[in-house]
Design a protein around this ligand. Structure first.
Ligand code: PLP
Length: 402
């Protein structure tokens, strides 16, 4: 067995720098003795909602929990039945589809665009049945989906839309921010995402009824009169008693999906540098695209969408042809300290094969990507020297495997 000696730190698919400002804000939280939802979370929610042109934001403990309660709130509001169907892309992180199952609903897969990897609007309608209730487009790798046709189909068929924007924040599609084009937009702030709070996620919406249900759902299904410990602040007399009387009133089956003031503090600090971080991701993506362009016969490079910005959460690549095994390039990159991931395989995963059987022939684009696609990092923590190293490695790999 060959053993590779690491000569440089690994170039990760994500990076995280805890700034002085983050440390200061976290210390502020610790000094305040207020760890559960308080002023930091309030501010973080307002800022994230505002940056996405939304009225309301809700900070949850993961992107998955945000997506799960988004579907739960819509199921309750529109009276969906168990087994009703939700359209999800055939290529996405497993959580998009898992949350459909958690809600007793049925995921129905739609194949993806061969060059941009987002749900293919041209293939949505063939999967709509009388039981279809919603579409969950996913902005893959930071690239917004082609939302106009998705929204047009949803509106024509009376379907709700939840944007899984776990991999994209702040960027716009035809002038509208990701997360703002649906009933509920959801983000993730897990490590290696556009901003990171360690763990965390977000729901954003404009709907006053939905935000009430979402708050309740993430708080054990509590009566909306009291979902945070400040909800009784400044109350007295009958108003205070009404809250005291219903503090332990649970009106729906809910979950415990709260997070702490410290995560919000980390998130607020990252908002200070989000513009500069985004610019740096653009620079790195452009350098990777330009440097890999001579290899375009062997490697399918990522493309942008007309009228849309790209958040570049990571840098997806697909091996063209069938001659070079994907394992060979993955092994080579990993041996050279370049971290990789396969590009969001879903239908070929053991649990999905167990649940749905072999769907490859029905989803040929996803099936090909599951065999040939992968991604590497594209984040603000990467240095120019690291980008040069990545480019050198790709060129030397293809020289040796021509
Ligand atoms: C498309 C997509 N949806 C959902 C999630 C789940 O987010 P979290 O890991 O915060 O639960 C992720 C996480 O990587 C994701 O990429």
């Amino acid at each position: 067995m060959s053993k590779t000696v690491a000569t440089r730190p690994q170039i990760g698919i994500g990076g995280c720098r805890v700034s002085e400002s983050a440390k200061r804000l976290v210390m502020e939280v610790l000094d305040s003795n207020r760890l559960s939802a308080g002023p930091m979370i309030d501010r973080f929610e307002r800022e994230i909602a505002g940056l996405h042109d939304r009225r309301f934001g809700l900070f949850t403990n993961s992107g998955t929990s945000a997506l799960q309660i988004a579907l739960a709130a819509l199921k309750e509001r529109f009276g969906w039945q168990d087994g009703d169907e939700v359209l999800v892309p055939a290529l996405t992180f497993v959580a998009t589809s898992n949350v459909v199952l958690y809600n007793g609903l049925t995921p129905v897969f739609v194949d993806v665009e061969p060059d941009k990897y987002c749900i293919d609007p041209a293939q949505i309608e063939q999967h709509i049945t009388p039981r279809t209730r919603a579409i969950m487009p996913v902005h893959i790798a930071g690239l917004p989906c082609d939302m106009d046709p998705v929204l047009e189909i949803a509106s024509r068929h009376g379907l709700r839309v939840v944007e899984d924007s776990a991999e994209s924040m702040f960027v716009r599609y035809r002038g509208r921010p990701v997360g703002s084009m649906s009933d509920i937009g959801c983000f993730s702030t897990y490590v290696a995402h556009i901003i990171t709070t360690g763990v965390g996620g977000f729901c954003v919406t404009d709907d006053t009824e939905l935000i009430v249900s979402l708050k309740s759902l993430m708080n054990h299904g509590r009566d909306s009169i009291y979902t945070r410990i400040d909800d009784d602040a400044g109350r007295e007399g009958q108003a205070l008693f009404d809250i005291a009387d219903r503090r332990f009133s649970f009106v729906r089956l809910g979950y415990s999906y709260r997070c702490t003031e410290m995560e919000a503090a980390l998130g607020l600090a990252q908002l200070e540098t989000r513009e500069a971080d985004w610019q740096r991701r653009q620079v790195i993506a452009r350098r990777l695209c330009a440097g890999l362009a001579p290899l375009a016969d062997q490697l399918q490079l990522p493309v942008e969408r007309d009228g849309a910005e790209h958040a570049w959460m990571f840098f997806p690549l697909v091996l063209r042809g069938e001659t070079i095994p994907r394992s060979a390039i993955i092994q080579y990159l990993e041996d050279h300290q370049i971290e990789t991931r396969y590009l969001l395989p879903l239908l070929n995963q053991p649990i999905y094969r167990q649940l749905f059987g072999d769907l490859d022939s029905r989803y040929p684009v996803a099936a090909r990507l599951n065999r040939r696609a992968f991604y590497i990092g594209c984040h603000a923590g990467m240095t120019d020297e690291e980008v040069d190293h990545i480019l050198d490695c790709f060129h030397s790999f293809f020289r040796n495997n021509a």
